[in-house]
Design a protein around this ligand. Structure first.
Ligand code: NAP
Length: 270
């Protein structure tokens, strides 16, 4: 069987971006948006992929689907076991699934339940899944983990502060995990998207349009104006997937513990 280039990466003389033949990848939240694009890009690069979400919905992309709720205490363990059994091991883990609780009245109106929903969905989901997957990567000689964070961690909005806080904690956790497992040839990186065109963004724009009593195009224009993105457009799921595919590839073998912002220049600070 072909040995995964993830494990042998630093020994390759001329690493090729995006070439992942024989690698085995698990992508959470892989049925829509950014996760579906990541699954497609990894598969195109030659990886075998397990895609997970709470339900398959109308997903018809590549890979083997496993139903799991990663926001629960047991979901990540069950998912890790099923994915490892199907693939024969996991070399690449993309912790992408998340959802966002919005409370229009702001953070002081957020309940414990709101906070726990986002801490479970955007932080503990990754912590638990890593705990179930990374020890086997260490035992196998290496692996690559990518956490999908958010620019919201650095641009917190009052109506979604639990989500932003969970993503900020995810950034700190990513760095600490990278520090701990680097000596085992396991790389951990964070990808922080800005405004990306997905079903989550479409739903948010619809809410904004409804709240303002305007149409979707107007809401979109106002939204983009608010953020003043230098590249003048939202990102696409493919933009993010290309970055993730690079990060898990042999070409990125010296990258770990870093936060890769992909936002068209949206964050105004250095
Ligand atoms: N879109 C943006 O502008 C943007 C910006 C910054 C960061 N991000 C981050 O990028 C990632 C993907 O976002 P997206 O916009 O692609 O979202 P999306 O279009 O809403 O897709 C979310 C995916 O995650 C799954 N999912 C959600 N909760 C889950 C759970 N508890 N257990 C298992 N699967 C779950 C969904 O499937 P089910 O609902 O069937 O479970 C779906 O496959 C998230 O981490 C998000 O925070 C997105």
């Amino acid at each position: 069987m072909l040995r995964s280039p993830i494990i042998d990466d630093y020994r390759l003389k001329e690493p090729v971006v995006g070439e992942l033949p024989g690698s085995r990848a698990l992508v959470t939240g892989g049925t829509r948006g950014i996760g579906a694009a990541i699954a497609r890009h990894l598969s195109d690069a030659g990886a075998r992929v397990v895609v997970s979400a709470r339900s398959r919905g109308d997903y018809d992309g590549p890979g083997h689907f496993v139903a799991a709720d990663v926001a629960t205490a047991d979901g990540p363990n069950q998912l890790a076991a099923e994915a490892a059994t199907h693939l024969g091991g996991i070399d690449i883990l993309v912790d992408n699934a998340a959802s966002q609780t919005r409370v229009p009245d702001g953070v002081l109106a957020m309940t414990d339940a709101d906070w726990l929903t986002d801490l479970n969905g955007s932080l503990l989901s990754a912590v638990r899944l890593d705990r179930a997957v990374v020890p086997a990567m260490i035992a196998a000689g290496g692996g690559a983990v990518v956490h999908i964070g958010s620019n919201a961690a650095r641009l917190p909005q009052p109506a979604a502060l639990a989500y932003a806080s969970a993503k900020a904690a995810l950034a700190t956790y990513s760095k600490g995990l990278a520090n701990e497992v680097g000596r085992h040839n396991v790389r951990v990186n964070l990808v922080s998207p800005g405004v990306i065109e997905t079903s989550a963004l479409a739903a948010r724009l619809q809410t904004l349009a409804d709240e303002a009593g305007t149409d979707l195009d107007t809401a979109r224009r106002q939204f983009m104006t608010t953020f003043n993105v230098p590249l003048q457009r939202p990102g696409t799921a493919d933009d993010v997937a290309a970055l993730v595919t690079f990060l898990v590839s042999p070409a990125a073998s010296y990258l770990t513990g870093t936060n890769h912002v992909i936002d068209g220049g949206l964050l105004p600070t250095v």
